[in-house]
Design a protein around this ligand. Structure first.
Ligand SMILES: [Fe+2]
Length: 380
């Protein structure tokens, strides 16, 4: 089954289907135990090597709000958040992700999470007191793809700062929007996360059937997490939302004024995938942070799935601007439940970067116009 039939093609150049046409060659088994009911991506537990440098980046520059801090960790939240935090910066020897954390609908969903992952033979650890300050009963697992996933319901409530305009800056980060995970076998990851209750909203494929990336949601936006094809398990980025595009431009202006333009890796620009306005930054440890705004509602059960051709040079940037190679190659390590980095496994499927740049690759702006249909420069 392929999305690339003429009847699926839209006037904007991408393809739409009712269900994601992604079939893994090597699927993870589907547990008989029901999946926990995930509400949304809630926070990332992020290990950083220099807590003061990270505090400067996330608090002084990006303006995230400090809920609590000590010598070992800083607990940060975005403007609209009412639970304790969206990001934990934790001091440690190796810059890496300790947990991708999701909020579930009820306390009973934690029992479901335990049963779901135990049936898969995964390592599971439950702590009634939580793994971080401000969060109660929690389950952490090493998922079948090697990612440290966490589930919780109980959380301390804090003030939602939406009305506190006195605390807000021009580039205010208002919500945690999504995670992005690098994994070698995207169809295998998609099937597993579908078993966990996620729905695909968009993907990038080629006409030979290789899947390069997929976006998956629980909350009714384009995604809570995405699977990006590459050597993994690694973390590609964490994304915070602003209200509008001009907030992202204000962040760029501020970084320039602070002589920190080298923190800008890619953008600002308009994505093809997700239709969101974006900016990619790198924090002092190299962790990638996306600033993101204005994607679209996806909550209906028959929400159309969008598939992009990997050769369409408007898929990653709607204006056809080049993607810098580091965006494809660099990502953060993830930790096992003992705090040791997970081994990184090489992707063997085709690389998106290789498909779209260099002697063998090509990109098009207008399909069928491959010779000169893209911008000058290194288009990946
Ligand atoms: Fe993203």
């Amino acid at each position: 089954m392929t999305a690339f039939s003429e009847e699926n093609r839209t006037s904007a150049g991408f393809y739409v289907t009712e269900e994601a046409p992604i079939q893994p060659a090597n699927p993870i088994k589907t547990p008989e135990a029901p999946a926990p009911d995930i509400l949304r991506c809630a926070y990332m537990d992020l290990v950083v090597t220099d807590l003061a440098a990270s505090r400067h980046f996330y608090v002084d520059v990006l303006g995230l709000h400090v809920t609590e801090e000590d010598d070992e960790a800083i607990y940060l939240r975005s403007t609209e958040e009412f639970i304790h935090h969206n990001l934990v910066l934790r001091k440690g020897p190796v810059a890496a992700v300790a947990a991708f954390s999701y909020r579930v609908r009820s306390a009973e969903d934690l029992d479901k999470a335990v049963a779901f992952y135990e049936e898969l033979g995964c390592r599971v650890e439950r702590r009634p007191e939580g793994f971080t300050k401000g969060i109660g009963d929690s389950v952490r697992v090493e998922d079948p793809l090697g990612f440290p996933y966490e589930f919780f319901y109980a959380a301390d409530h804090v003030e939602r700062l939406s009305w506190r305009y006195d605390l807000q800056i021009p580039g205010e980060l208002v919500r945690l929007d999504h995670f992005n995970q690098v994994t070698p076998d995207v169809p295998r990851a998609v099937r597993h996360y579908q078993d966990l209750g996620f729905r695909v909203t968009e993907d990038i494929q080629d006409k030979e059937g290789t899947v390069y990336a997929a976006w998956m949601r629980r909350k009714p936006t384009v995604h809570d997490t995405a699977a990006t094809g590459g050597d993994g398990p690694r973390m590609h980025h964490i994304a915070f939302a602003t209200h509008e595009k001009h907030n992202i431009l204000a962040i760029c202006d501020k970084l320039g004024a602070l002589r920190m333009s080298d923190a800008i890796e890619r953008g600002p620009g308009r994505h093809g995938v997700s239709n969101a306005f974006y900016l990619y930054l790198r924090d002092p440890d190299g962790h990638r942070v996306e600033i993101y705004t204005q994607d679209y509602y996806t909550g209906d059960p028959d929400n159309p799935v969008v598939t992009w051709d990997v050769h369409d040079n408007q898929r990653r940037d709607w204006w056809g601007n080049p993607v810098v190679p580091s965006w494809y190659t660099d990502a953060s390590l993830v930790l096992d439940l003992d705090g040791n980095p997970q081994e990184v496994v090489a992707r063997t499927d085709a690389s998106e970067m290789a498909q779209t740049i260099g002697a063998d690759g090509f990109s098009y702006t207008r399909e069928g116009d491959e010779a000169k249909g893209y911008k000058l420069g290194n288009q990946v």
